[in-house]
Design a binder for this molecule. Sequence first.
Ligand code: ADP
Ligand code: MG
Length: 694
Amino acid sequence: MLPNDEIVYLKGVGPSRAKVLASELDIHTVGDLLLYFPFRHIDRSQQSTIATLTEDCGYVVLRGTVSNMQTVSTGKYRERLTVDFSDGTGSIQLVWFQGTKWVREKLKPDVRYIIMGRPSVFNGQWQMTHPELEADTAVENSRQPFLPVYFTTEKMKSSGLGTRAMARLTETLVGCIAGIEENLPQEVIDRYHLLSRRSALIAIHYPESLAQLDAARTRLKFEELFFLQLDYQYAHTARQQHSEGRVFGHVGDIFNRFYNEKLPFPLTGAQKRVIREVREDMRSGHQMNRLLQGDVGSGKTLVALMCMLIALDNGSQACLMAPTEILATQHYNTFLRMLDGMGIGVELLIGSVRPADKKKMKARIASGETRIVIGTHALIEDNVQFADLGLVVIDEQHRFGVEQRSKLWSKSIPAPHVLVMTATPIPRTLAMTVYGDLDCSVIDELPPGRHPVRTYHRTEPRRPHVFHFLKQQIDAGRQVYIVYPLIHESEKLDLRDLEEGLAMVQSYFPRPQYQVSMVHGQLSAEEKAFEMQRFKEGKTHIMVATTVIEVGVDVPNATVMVIENAERFGLSQLHQLRGRVGRGADQAYCILMTKDNLGGISMERIRTMCSTTDGFQIAEADLRLRGPGDMQGLQQSGMLDLKLASIVDDEPLVSATRNEVHDILDADPTLSQYPTLQRHIAHSKNKMLWGKIS
Ligand code: ADP
Ligand code: MG
């Protein structure tokens, strides 16, 4: 069979199973099935018995017979099915909560079964819930030394497509598959002693040895990373060669006047460097696509403002897009303050603007009267037209979807320059892979006079001390945040937690001496803005909030950040939250409240937070603890959808593929010598690249 043949024609599939494979796993062709890799293998020379089970033995395979089937009703339409399974050395109870009817009909005494799963001890007895289960004959008939184990869904199991059935299909398939073409350049295969694509795809299902399995995985990881690199680097090269950009050739009156008369403090060296880098980009003749990474509080907003003034100096408009109305409003106020008296038209375009006002605003944007527009995604509604949009700045980029950004891009011809700002530092290894086609600037220096935030870990018994400390700070004129986690399953429950918290805070900090604000996701934008404003103006002392305040909010007088249930937050979120304080000259504090006995990873996160304030170190720790697939934003974007390779664990392969792709594109930018790679680019699913987006 050939890879493009429909799966329905593979022996053992048929129309109904083909349907299930399509709906459950998106498998339509035999090629798709070949790319459905097992998540582990059973070494047939390693037999387990019930007598030798241990609590940490993990996934095991057992052979034996069933007896003593029992069902217990556990509610309307719900039941629990248990069966004793014995292999002559002992017995283990098998348990099902779902699909019980199907299991009950299928299980027969006198038949030998093979079961697979993770045993555990429950009430002093061995138990296995929802094991994979097959009649033993299928396994006996296979002559493979290693049997693949596939992930299957409940629906697949009840359609007779358990892992053993899947294995029978792949075994049939590897016996008859033809036409698997090599897709890596031969010189690369030779240089790294890689298996051929064909051998690797067969061996990853049915290896002859562990060494061969390893070689197959390496080859397929290499391929995966190679094409990821190719997508990014090709887009980067192509953009540099083709993307025409407006030329912002000079720095003029507006910028200089601001610099000489308005700048409230000297720029840090890092801010100066980044502005220079952006200037170089904007006058190069190519469209700028730059990522600006800078830790919370490093002064990105000012950099954005000054870059926007360069656009204005060259006759263009500029806009700044923020993820929330609170942030957009805050930026707007900052801009108004900084640009006061310069006669520059600045507008705030957000969802809550009255329709009539919005209409007028849009007219002023379209006529060019408005020079700077600040807003949320309302900015990219289709009917917002600019006279001449020259620069787009996107704050906290991970909050924006890919689609939204590409809309902005189409607002102007030639495409506007784009500066994307993020306070979620991305470890270098990852940045080079993920943002391979974006140029990168880093603000690695905080404004002078900042003291690092002191971070402490406290548990419930110490709460009186913590509150006492808050009181001292407030009495000294400072303000305080108390943040509660959002638990996505139930917004109502979140609100209850928050309200209980508020009640507790209010009883300890009674009115009228102490004023408390509360902000959460169920308030309207206006209500949120109102509460934020009161806090900002110092009218309230304590801000009790869910994570809506996470990003960007700037209240320099706030000196304490208390994070409740801190164990429920991820590292980058904790870091973001902590960044809300320590923005003024006073010493700031972050207090992580947790329950008493924390698990290993939670404890590690808390420890990391207490030991460093460096965003990059925290990002590295985050990557180590969670793996990159989880990193904020990347997950949403699906940018790192890797099946086998890991950016962290396979760093040598990441570097190797990056270099190989670089050399290939360097010597042959159009890939004229590499028809296979050209074809890949033409069909690439990775169309949504950062460069094209923005
Ligand atoms: P972020 O990078 O987190 O967006 P902001 O732009 O909000 O940081 O800046 C944080 C604070 O630092 C603001 O109050 C800002 O006015 C101040 N700031 C920015 N640049 C400087 C500087 N060069 N010197 C002193 N303070 C600065
Ligand atoms: Mg900011």
